[in-house]
Design a protein around this ligand. Structure first.
Ligand code: PEP
Length: 252
């Protein structure tokens, strides 16, 4: 059975003290939850990863990095490698978030290399992709999403998908307060699964968790998560508020 996953992307927010407070707050909110077949992931900035890892040792919460460089090592001032992340105990890395694609010009080709580097270092990649508003308006959204999937991941073998989580995030819904309707999310998730089945096989397609991201809040989480092919959410803004993040976890 595919895992349900609620992952919080904290982006470039909160310092180390605030990180401690937020983790304590989430712990307090979710400690009584009986979560079955569900993973809870938080993703602090690189500088706060070690703190977060130490504070979640005994907890259901897992810690993911938000990004990393694709090269093994070398003259890439300011960057962090897969080996560095793995060596401090990070098990998952978010790759291809739309902010990385847009502001840091990360192309499909770069992201494909990053995914490989994550897997080669024994970690899991949470691979994000999704169409721009203009793609949806022009009716190209299925084509765009399919090509992001193919270009970013289809160099992998089927066995690699046990360490892949997908996050469909329509860019027009990220941080905007606009959400894809549950039907739009389901339609795209079903297409993603079908595309995986065609390229690999039904087993791969059925086993990969596909998260929806884009203004998921306590008020809409239930409805979005009720859809058959939606296996959870990648949560931005609401993951910085313990009560909201907990309410979204409860909705899974
Ligand atoms: C995100 O950044 O991945 C995201 C989904 O943000 P928000 O929930 O704030 O739209």
């Amino acid at each position: 059975m595919r895992k349900k996953i609620v992952a919080g992307n904290w982006k470039m927010n909160i310092n180390v003290n605030e990180t401690r407070t937020l983790i304590a707050g989430i712990h307090q909110e979710i400690e009584a939850f009986q979560l079955q077949n569900t993973r809870v992931v938080i993703s602090p900035s690189h500088i706060n990863l070690s703190t977060a890892l130490a504070l979640t040792k005994e907890s259901i919460m897992e810690v993911a990095a938000q990004n990393m460089h694709q090269a093994k090592n070398g003259a890439f001032t300011g960057e962090v490698s897969a080996d560095m992340l793995q060596s401090i105990g990070v098990q998952s890395v978010i790759i291809g978030h739309s902010e990385r694609r847009e502001y840091f010009k990360e192309t499909d080709a770069i992201l494909a290399e990053k995914v490989s580097a994550v897997l080669e270092n024994g970690m899991e990649a949470i691979f994000c992709f999704g169409e721009l508003l203009e793609d949806r308006k022009s009716g190209n959204h299925f084509k765009v999403v399919k090509s992001q999937l193919q270009n970013g991941l289809f160099h992998l073998e089927s066995k690699d998908f046990k360490n892949i989580v997908l996050a469909y995030e329509p860019v027009w819904a990220i941080g905007t307060g606009e959400t894809a309707s549950p039907e739009q999310a389901q339609e795209m998730h079903a297409l993603i699964r079908k595309t995986l089945a065609e390229k690999y096989n039904q087993e791969v397609a059925d086993s990969v968790s596909i998260l929806y991201g884009g203004s998921v809040k306590p008020a809409n989480a239930n409805e979005i998560f009720s859809k058959e092919d939606v296996d959870g959410g990648l949560i931005g803004g609401a993951s910085l508020k313990p009560a909201d993040f907990a309410a979204i976890i409860k909705a899974i």
